[in-house]
Write a protein that binds this ligand. Structure first.
Ligand code: CU
Length: 466
């Protein structure tokens, strides 16, 4: 696929050097797997500790007379969002999102961008200080890159921190189709606000609207996305974040969806050490367990992994931890419809109803799904099905991991007596609240009879009137 020896420089023979010198354009490096690839250790240029891209990879570069040269190819890709579920997206170098680009503060960077789409594109280097003509806004800073053409961007990575890249050409379509990538600029030496960490993990938040049975996102959707993804993967297709006990951990998150995501970590408190504006001043840092990542924003969180176990790590909007969810599903909590659904399914094979005890029932129902869709929520944990999907993964904190070993260590083995257990004694009558209070003032009008309402979620009607 690509000549690693030639591309990465290092021990390159004389014959290869002249070949490199002749080839103006670096050979593009492609990735055909959605797996989390090991961090790319820098073989040329200033040293740094590389990041791990969750279900992603880092783009190799070549050194050309002191300039780091990268080659991005904008193209249609097939992305496996979870095992057995593939989507037709647009991305870079074989995947969506595109590869992570890692450089060091002060590096001169040259990026060749080849457009293999059917329409113009461009790349905006979100958050970078750079010459105005390199900022990538089609029509404002440059002409669009026509199909089949290659443009060159060149600038110095002036500011260390966490960034991303995405098109600024027909961006509603191109970003809805999955065109985006991560960028990390490492500090060139010791930095007063950027600590060295043992594990440094990054991913993008993205969202798609793909009807069950189809494979291409609907690009007009603004709010009602049905696939909430991390790096274009949905739980249980998202790899765990594996960290060693007492490791200092940094997680970098960028949001290129059209809504905010309160990202929540169990078992630990973290500090927000950076945004797309750069490292945060130490005086502004406070401990959090949930950090809202706004639209178009990036956050860098850091914590000491000093609690062993398998800790949930997810978006706290509960609809974002579900997959391929149909709206217009009536709420049937409390309604006994035993047998009704299976009778209807004999007539309408795709008919689904919500379980009468809640929606988790559906993960256990043996129902036929349309081809190429993700089960609404499904993951098999050590204690049974995990009623989650979408933006959900697990931070696995383990003793005895070797530095840089990100392999899944399996499920946590809980020490005896440390797992919630069933109570077997006799139960006293639980205390219940008996009055809600009278309110701060008397009501002006009192209804003739008391009104009693039932919560109806997820509400179908509210979605149909905007
Ligand atoms: Cu969310």
């Amino acid at each position: 696929m690509f000549n690693r020896r030639l591309f990465l420089g290092g021990a390159v023979g004389a014959a290869s050097v002249s070949k490199v010198a002749m080839a103006a354009l670096p050979e593009p490096v492609l990735q055909d797997k959605p797996d989390t690839m090991p961090p790319l250790e820098p073989s040329t240029g200033r040293p740094y500790r590389p990041v791990l891209t969750l279900n992603g990879w880092t783009l190799p570069w070549r050194m050309n007379q002191g300039v780091k040269e990268f080659h991005l190819v904008a193209e249609p890709v097939v992305r496996e969002m979870a095992p057995g579920f593939k989507a037709h997206l647009w991305g870079y170098n074989g995947q969506s999102p595109g590869p992570t680009i890692e450089v060091v503060e002060g590096d001169r960077v040259r990026i060749f961008v080849t457009n293999k789409l059917g329409e113009v594109t461009s790349i905006h280097w979100h958050g970078q200080r750079l010459p105005n003509g390199m900022d990538g806004v089609t029509g404002l800073n440059q002409p669009g890159i026509p199909p089949g053409k290659t443009y060159v961007y060149e600038f110095v990575a002036r500011r260390p921190g966490t960034f991303m890249y995405h098109p600024h050409a027909d961006e509603m379509v191109q970003m809805a189709m999955g065109m985006m990538g991560f960028w990390v600029t490492h500090p060139k030496g010791k930095h007063p606000l950027i600590d060295e960490v043992d594990r440094d993990i990054c991913f993008l938040l993205n969202a798609y609207d793909i009807d069950p049975g189809s494979a291409t996102p609907k690009i007009m959707t603004m709010l009602d996305f049905n696939l909430w993804t991390w790096n274009s993967r949905i739980f249980p297709g998202i790899d765990p974040l594996v960290v060693g006990f007492k490791d200092k951990v940094r997680i970098r998150i960028g949001n290129l969806t059209m809504t905010n995501h309160p990202i929540h970590l169990h078992g630990h408190e973290f500090l927000v050490t950076g945004t797309d504006g750069g490292p945060t001043p130490k005086s502004t840092r406070r401990y959090e367990i949930t950090e809202d990542v706004a639209v178009g924003a990036m956050r860098q969180i850091e914590f000491l992994a000093d609690e062993e176990g398998d800790w949930a790590f997810h978006c706290h909007k509960s609809h974002h931890t579900m997959n391929a969810m149909g709206h217009g599903v009536p709420t049937l909590i409390g309604v006994d419809h035993t047998g009704v659904a299976s009778k209807i399914r004999k007539l309408i094979p795709d008919y689904m109803v919500m379980g009468e005890r809640g929606m988790k029932d559906m993960t256990e129902m043996d129902m036929a799904l349309p081809d190429n869709t993700a089960p609404m929520m499904a993951g098999q944990g050590p204690f049974g099905a995990i009623g989650m999907g979408g933006m959900f993964s697990v931070v696995k904190v383990r003793k005895g991991l070797k530095p840089g070993d990100y392999r899944d260590p399996g499920w946590y083995q809980h020490p005896p007596g440390t797992v919630a257990y069933e109570f077997s004694g006799s139960l006293p009558e639980p205390t219940r609240s008996k009055a809600e209070g009278v309110g701060s003032m008397p009501r002006v009008q009192q209804p003739k009879t008391d009104v009693e309402v039932t919560v109806r979620k997820p509400g179908a009607s509210s979605h149909q009137h905007h």
